[in-house]
Each structure stands twice: as C-alpha cells, then as structure tokens.
Write a protein that binds this ligand. Structure first.
Ligand code: HEC
Length: 206
C-alpha cells in the first residue's frame, strides 16, 4: 500500500514537473515570438523608404512636399545644427547646401566620425532619407545621436526644405504608381507605366 502510494505520488509529481516545464517552455516560446513579430513590423516601415509597395514613394512625397512644414520639422535638428550660409558648427556641422554635397566632408572643419567620413558619395534625396530614418543604420558608429524620423512625409518635407537652403536641386517627379517603383524598365509592360510614358522616359534616363 505504502509503496503503491509512493509510486502514484511519484508519477503525479513527475506529471506536474512535465506540465510546469511545458508551461515554461511555451511562455519562453511566446516571449521570444513577440519581439520577433514587432521587429518585423518595424522593418516593414523602414522598407517603405526604399520603395516598398505600401505608401507613397519618396519621389511622390518630394514632388508634393510641404516646404513650410519641413522647416518646422527642422526644429528637431536645430539643437545641434545651423543651416544658414556660413553658420557656425555646433554639436553637428552647419547644413547650408548639404543636399548634393559629399557625405561627411562638410564646411568649416567639422570633425566628422570615421563612420560618416568614409561613407563616400554625395548626399542625395534618397540617401538623406535613409540617414534621417536611422542615422545609426546608415552609418554605424556615427556620432549623430539622433534616433531618426519615423514619418516618411516629415522626412520628405524636411529634405525638400533643406534643399531650399543653398542647394536648390530639382525635385524628382512623382512616381506613376507604387508598382512602377524600382526597375521601371523591367516593368515596362504594366498598365501604370503605359499610362505615363513621359514619366517612364524620365525615370529610365536616370
Ligand atoms: C544631438 C545632436 C544632433 C541632432 C538632434 C541632429 N544631428 Fe545631424 N549631426 C550631428 C552630428 C554630431 C553629426 C556628425 C555625424 C558624424 O560625424 O558621424 C551630424 C551630421 C549630420 C549630417 C551630415 C552632414 C554632412 O555634411 O555630411 C546631416 C545631413 C544631418 N546631420 C542632418 C540632421 C537633421 C536633418 C537633423 C534633424 C532631423 C539632425 N541632423 C539632428 C548631430 C545632430
């Protein structure tokens, strides 16, 4: 009787441990599942800036940018940057005529990080959009300690306004349709492109 009771109690305990273990494992599973899902959603937002089919493209946003709204967005930058011609460097470099200028070279001897200095190329609307989405992702090790602007329209308005501060490069034309973004030549047969042949010609010559 005693033995039998012990055996039953033993199995009950064993079963309990298994159940508990299962609960821990499943809670771990769900814990780690959650951030993965959230991380995925955030990546989706970033992909938008690269011309994902969701939401208007950078070109489309720039073509209808609200320059005055962009100037207001610059309030988030003004703690570290001046933008007037010949303005002083602060925590960050003066940004007069930065659109179109070589990346990380600046004016007035600002000490750029190696991360930005070694990036190469010039500031375009597109790479400014990437930079302002996440400076850290664009140039890992940058000393611009600014998290980034999550709203694509804010970035486009700001970039359009910065362009008026000494650069004045022509703004791109709006894309015909989200589906027409990226490689226009590869999609030359689709209806959106057929509907806007002039725009395609302009894009194809880029
Ligand atoms: C906390 C201070 C700070 C804020 C806020 C900030 N920046 Fe910067 N920014 C910097 C620093 C520092 C650098 C130099 C980065 C490096 O050398 O890695 C920089 C560099 C830049 C550059 C590169 C300039 C060049 O000549 O290559 C651009 C463009 C820029 N910032 C734009 C902005 C804009 C637009 C905003 C607002 C949305 C902003 N920054 C907000 C500190 C800041």
């Amino acid at each position: 009787m005693g033995d039998r009771f012990n055996t039953v109690a033993g199995w009950a305990l064993f079963g309990g441990i298994i159940a508990l273990g299962g609960a821990i494992v499943s809670s771990k599973y769900f814990d780690s599942e959650r951030p993965e899902t959230m991380g995925y959603a955030i990546e989706g937002v970033e992909a938008e800036g690269e011309g994902a089919a969701s939401g208007p493209s950078l070109n489309t946003l720039l073509a209808s940018a609200d320059v005055a709204a962009g100037e207001k967005v610059f309030a988030k930058c003004a703690a570290c940057h001046t933008v007037n011609q010949g303005g002083a460097n602060g925590i960050g470099p003066n940004l007069w005529a930065t659109v179109g200028e070589p990346i990380g070279q600046g004016k007035g001897g600002f000490a750029f990080s190696d991360a930005l200095k070694s990036k190469g190329g010039a500031w375009s609307f597109e790479n400014l959009d990437h930079w302002l989405t996440s400076p850290r992702e664009f140039a890992p090790g940058t000393k611009m300690t600014f998290a980034g602007l999550g709203n694509p329209a804010d970035r486009a308005n700001l970039i359009a306004w910065m362009n008026t501060q000494g650069s004045n490069l022509p703004l791109p034309a709006a894309d015909a349709a989200p589906a027409a973004e990226g490689d226009n030549q590869a999609e030359a047969g689709n209806a959106a492109n057929a509907a806007a042949p002039a725009e395609n010609a302009a894009n194809a010559s880029e």
